[in-house]
Design a protein. Sequence first.
Length: 428
Amino acid sequence: MPSTVVVGGQVLVYGTLTMINGTPIPNATVSIYIGGVYMGGALTNIHGNYSLEFPMPQIYLSRVNVTAIYNPPPGSDYLPSEATTPINVVFNTTSLTINYTREVMWGEPISISGYVSGPPSRSVIISVDGLNITTYTRNNAFSALINTENMTPGNYSIMVYAPPVGPYSPAYAEGLVELNSVVVNVTINTSPLVIAGLPIIVSGVVSPWVGNMSLSLSLGGETILLNLSSPNFTVSMRTSPLLGMGRHQIIVSVSSNPPIMGVTYAYGVFVLNILEVAVPIIIIVALLLVMRSGVISISSEEAGTVGALQPRLGPVRIELGPNAEVKTLREEIAKSVLSGKISIKNVRDIIDALANAVYAVSTKTGVKLRSTDTLREYLRAVRDKLGDEEYAVLEELIRLGEYALYSPHVPSDDEVRRAWELAKRLMQ
């Protein structure tokens, strides 16, 4: 057997199988291994000699062992035997270099090129985010473009692999690419007072402007979709006549479309429902008119009795326990939820987590969530009163809550569990 072999070249392994006293063992099968890889079996002749010829496998190590193993069949009088000898392996080390764009805007392709030594044409496999692309070198050079539209912004590992070819070894190269996105800010202007049932004029501006984009505006179940071709917009938005009086939020949802990352904003307005104000007044006026007409009368004795029963007016102090305050917070947060989502259990669970967390934070900081505050405004209000860790926890919870409450997204069970984990950390 030669002491040096070339990957892909022919290898002849030979030897003799005998007993300790030198007596040959004929018709026995000897198994041959190179570097632990089984290459085949050789049958001994009457003199105990065996040989096996085969091409050197793609083992790219400078030195490997060749092993011959004899395992006697069951019931044989012979014992197992094994012999090993090292051989040198000659191969060419492949050189692989790659070039690629380190920072790419979401939606733009990742450009990868490089050089592979060896044959002028050989395959190259490029892997990014579980996507494998096979290309081939031309005069040892290669290039490829990786589409990023189906990826999400973040950091990705790039792996480039050149498989072995004959005497040329495999080669690996890797790198890291950062896929960036654009987070736009939508600022809107409208009247802070909205009359239920009447349209409102909403104007806004998008910055930075990166081209055509879509967004939606929602208020109390009424939604309008906008396909913008410029950063400035002005629209007339309907409002429901059944919209309850009180604090509501205009929800602005930006659709994800590379390179724009989807985001949701909330802006507070106060809704005045004329029906809620007018109906009680009409009823009172009607009663007064009926009483003046004499249809209903109260005797002086009854009046005296009624007057005696009237409580003395004065300031009344109402003490709210923790459960009552949490319930109040829950109702306040629920006012701004998109119509139809409040019936979803996971949405209600996240509202509960937010209410408990805000109550815990308000107890620690003394800063209450006002009816005019959005969750993000409350986060800014407590910024200087919380430690960095507590602020980070509250920020993550509010970000999770805004996504669950103000967008079409339906929160998963894992998001609900995460919301309660964050809330419990603030309640400790």
